[in-house]
Design a protein around this ligand. Structure first.
Ligand code: 3PG
Length: 211
């Protein structure tokens, strides 16, 4: 059952939103439990694999302390499928009015992806003030976020793409950054071998990042 959240609440729960790619449904629940045990409960499961929706469904059903969202939402149909699977929020790599409208109609909080001033303005026109900056490091990183503080002072960002434990503190220190996103908490090899203790340790480090 979806909980009611604002996009800002999704961003402010922890310093990092893990970007998760799952290839096996059997990994979903232990991975989610490992992240929650480390203090990270907003989980973005990307719609990039055939099992992604089943993974969202399993986490929503079996890990009540997690708040599972869908990433890589690129269409109204993706948003609909994510909501049906039990996703509590959506993250998109870019922004279209159609995705914004679908999420709004579904009551699904959306973190829309932006990388330019025009994209920020389009998202803002539809009422979005909590945005994902993607791909953050490739598109200008901290310098870009500082430049946006002037014209877009009412917007907060979740930079994602190229973020690491080493560069996260500089990003999290910026006043217009609410959290960061990244895949480093769920390394593919650790997930494949079921090394949940390692993932809990990575989550603990991420949860302790200052902001
Ligand atoms: C993504 O959506 O894949 C994110 O950009 C993750 O990027 P990262 O692997 O550089 O953290």
């Amino acid at each position: 059952m979806a909980v009611s959240l604002s996009p800002r609440e999704v961003m402010e729960d922890a310093p990092v939103i893990p970007v998760i790619v799952l290839h096996e449904v059997a990994h979903a629940v232990p991975l989610a439990r490992a992240l929650v045990a480390g203090g990270i409960r907003m989980l973005e499961v990307t719609l990039r694999t055939p099992v992604a929706l089943a993974c969202i469904e399993a986490i929503a059903r079996d890990v009540p302390d997690a708040v599972v969202g869908a990433g890589t939402v690129r269409s109204a149909a993706d948003a609909q499928a994510a909501a049906m699977a039990g996703a509590c929020f959506a993250v998109s790599p870019g922004y279209t009015h159609a995705v914004g409208k679908a999420c709004h109609d579904l009551g699904l909080p959306l973190l829309p992806g932006v990388a330019t001033g025009s994209e920020i303005m389009a998202a803002q026109e539809d009422g979005h003030l909590a945005l994902k900056f993607f791909p953050a490091l490739q598109a200008g990183g901290a310098a870009m976020l500082k430049a946006w503080q002037g014209p877009f002072g009412d917007v907060v960002f979740c930079p994602t793409g190229g973020v690491t434990p080493a560069n996260a503190p500089e990003l999290l220190a910026l006043p217009n950054v609410a959290c960061v996103g990244g895949s480093w908490l769920t390394p593919a090899d650790a997930v494949a071998r079921g090394d949940w203790a390692h993932i809990t340790a990575l989550a603990q480090q991420a949860a302790a990042l200052p902001r």
